[in-house]
Design a protein around this ligand. Structure first.
Ligand code: 0O2
Length: 246
């Protein structure tokens, strides 16, 4: 009896370690993605002089939610099948100011040689019936572990601030009413989604106008100065010319 208990304890310990390693791969994949997005953000800021990314959040699904989803999907409760069938264990959500930035960012990410786009749902071009808009992607990210490369799935949701504002509230209401939202509130949410859409359109137009103004301004004010974050360098024109005429 004592031996049996000891054995169970040992078993639990090794299964816990295995599950921990399983979750760690998703954590590393998120860290990898956060770094990639941060690099793009800094480069974009430098080249275009504005920041396309307003906000990034990431999360790992809790063991309880993984289990609930596995049961709901009717898949076997083992790591291999969970890895294969549950695609949102690691989730990254990015909010952009403008709709066009969503697609710019998408392009910059899927063009990276180590990212594989597995699945994509464009709820911006094809909004859901309730008004939900967002770009969803499932991507595969390689992670270098001590015993080889693990390919890990990450769910990426990219949307504007207005889309995100709407989705967060709708999500709260959905669970508050236990997934049965009253008709009146459904209609109010649909109205709010349409206002959020109009706001996105207006902001996009203003943004395009600003880009045009900035471009004509830049032609007038090209200086011999280089700024890299908070560092400023003098850039001799002669040196720059020789670099570019190489
Ligand atoms: P939660 O509670 O946010 O985790 P999947 O079930 O993930 O295998 P599915 O349902 O085809 O596949 O994925 P989809 O449509 O890409 O949706 C994935 C996630 O997008 C959802 O996760 C939500 O977070 C979000 N989402 C999708 N539709 C809506 C919506 O109508 N309103 C809001 N607020 N969010 C939405 P979960 O796991 O369904 O839910």
């Amino acid at each position: 009896m004592v031996d049996q208990l000891k054995l169970e304890k040992l078993n639990f310990k090794s299964q816990k370690r295995e599950f921990m390693r399983f979750l760690m791969c998703y954590k590393f994949a998120l860290e990898e993605m956060n770094t990639k997005v941060d690099i793009l953000k800094q480069e974009f800021q430098y080249i275009h002089d504005y920041n396309p990314i307003e906000h990034i959040t990431s999360r790992i699904k809790s063991p309880e939610s993984i289990m609930k989803k596995a049961i709901k999907k009717g898949i076997p409760l083992n790591l291999k099948s969970i890895k294969q069938h549950i695609h949102d264990i690691a989730g990254l959500r990015i909010s952009c100011a403008f709709e066009s930035d969503i697609y710019l960012l998408r392009q910059m990410l899927v063009e990276q040689s180590d990212i594989t786009l597995v699945k994509e749902k464009d709820y911006i071009k094809n909004p859901k019936g309730n008004g939900y808009r967002s770009l969803h992607m499932i991507i595969l990210v390689p992670i270098n572990m001590s015993d080889g490369v693990e390919h890990v799935l990450v769910e990426l949701q990219i949307r504007t601030i207005a889309m995100d504002f709407w989705a967060s509230l709708e999500h709260k209401i959905y669970y508050k009413y236990n997934k049965e939202i009253p008709e009146r509130i459904k209609n109010e949410l649909a109205d709010a989604a349409s206002i959020a859409y109009q706001l996105d359109q207006k902001m996009e137009n203003l943004h395009l106008e600003m880009i045009e103004i900035k471009e004509s301004d830049n032609h007038d004010h090209d200086s011999e100065e280089l700024q890299l974050q908070n560092m400023r360098f003098h850039l001799p024109m002669k040196f720059l010319n020789s670099l570019l005429n190489d």
